[in-house]
Design a protein around this ligand. Structure first.
Ligand code: ATP
Length: 379
């Protein structure tokens, strides 16, 4: 029997609705996988919390995140809640969490599920790649720093370190080992995405990538410039398996990735460190949709599936694996039947309606399995 302490952070905007839908699904999964136990706690943090209390993430909540087995965050930030310098609280909170928890690898799956429309006419061989974003360095290392001189010149510094690059590139190859390869021919492939032709920092990133690649002779490795990759992702999306890149490039290409597989409402993510991990949808708080029960919760639900998969790897726990696969396979089946078409997908299924459809499907599978086992026992 495994019990995991999970901190949930509903956050702002559509975050609480998406989290409630996800918790409803998790409850149904726990009934089907009774040997898995989740001890879920819920804490307030984010822009509303900053508005009321002047702090986005209170120290006790950060301590809870550090003590937990995993953190599930819905969405944080509100455009009308600003710090005295005019910036939003979301970057400070996310950078604070990433730095405190050492979350160096942001895993953003770009997967086209059957039944979901892609805007591309190049998607017939399938799309299933990972954008792996280095999550602590690159241009974002400058967050909280930078320089503004006399209201005339501003600068931020992009940082690439050997240690930071080695660990994220190594993670990319280990991820590729676990996957089934690119959709076009099943070949496992890790691609370094950079701007090594122009900047010393990216030439260094690529050099380290090539060094690490030598440890994985069974996985194909290559490199592409980020501008070319933004074209290849559109013209030949089935050729890519794992793409590893600097922080800001990953931030940008992962939104492009979401766009080619049905949008942000379907885009989950995992942020992984050596000791901690945080899971959240790739989207923000979409304030204009708040409270209307129209947001798509699937990105958050699939993020919870990624959380269970990570717990399964970390603790060699097949119950967590079963729970993760149950969520993903049920979501995939319902998407392929067109049963989860929320407004962003051109339909009118509500946020709570998505959760109910998934819960009903999970319960129906459970009932069918028990009927089968009763029949077998009787025969
Ligand atoms: P942020 O600035 O934090 O990225 P945002 O709400 O401005 O937040 P996104 O969350 O990236 O931006 O989303 C952009 C738009 O995509 C939203 O305004 C909304 O129209 C749509 N969107 C994003 N997530 C969802 C969702 N889960 N369901 C439905 N529509 C969504």
């Amino acid at each position: 029997m495994s019990t995991y302490n999970i901190v949930t952070l509903p956050g702002d905007g559509i975050g609480p609705e998406c989290l409630d839908a996800t918790l409803h699904v998790l409850q149904a999964v726990l009934e089907r996988v009774p040997k898995l136990k989740l001890n879920l706690s819920r804490h307030e943090a984010g822009a509303e919390h900053y508005r009321k209390h002047g702090v986005a993430i209170p120290q006790p909540v950060l301590d809870e995140c550090l003590a937990a087995d995993a953190v599930l965050l819905a969405a944080i930030g509100l455009p009308d809640v600003r710090k005295p310098d005019g910036t939003e609280v979301q970057p400070e909170m996310m950078m604070g969490l990433r730095r405190a928890m050492g979350l160096y690898a942001a895993v953003r799956p770009v997967k086209l599920y059957p039944g979901v429309a892609s805007p591309l006419n190049t998607a017939s061989q399938g799309i299933d790649m990972i954008i792996l974003r280095e999550n602590l360095e690159g241009l974002f290392a400058s967050f909280g720093g930078g320089c503004l001189l006399n209201d005339t010149v501003a600068s931020d510094t992009l940082m690439i370190t050997r240690e930071g690059t080695e660990r994220v590139v190594d993670y990319a190859f280990r991820l590729a080992e676990k996957r089934k390869g690119r959709p076009s021919d099943g070949k496992r492939r890790v691609t370094c995405v950079d701007k090594a032709n122009v900047f010393r920092s990216f030439a260094f990133f690529r050099k380290i990538f090539l060094e690490v690649a030598q440890r994985y002779p069974n996985i194909e490795s290559d490199a592409a410039y980020v501008d070319a990759m933004s074209l290849y992702m559109v013209t030949e999306p089935s050729q890519w398996d794992v793409l590893v890149m600097e922080n800001q490039f990953g931030d940008i290409l992962s939104d492009l990735g979401a766009a080619i597989v049905g949008g942000l409402g379907l885009a989950p993510s995992a942020e992984i460190g050596n000791a901690h991990a945080l899971f959240q949808p790739s989207h923000g708080t979409a304030p204009q949709l708040t409270g209307k029960n129209v947001a798509n919760p699937i990105a958050t639900i699939l993020s919870a599936a990624m959380m269970l998969d990570w717990l399964a790897d970390r603790h060699a726990d097949e119950h967590a694996r079963e729970a993760s696969q149950l969520i993903e396979s049920t979501v995939a089946a319902l998407l392929s039947q067109g049963m989860l078409k929320t407004a962003d997908q051109g339909g009118n299924v509500t946020t709570s309606g998505v959760a109910e459809a998934i819960v009903d499907a999970i319960a129906a599978q459970g009932a069918a399995e028990s009927a089968n086992s009763t029949n077998c026992a009787a025969s």
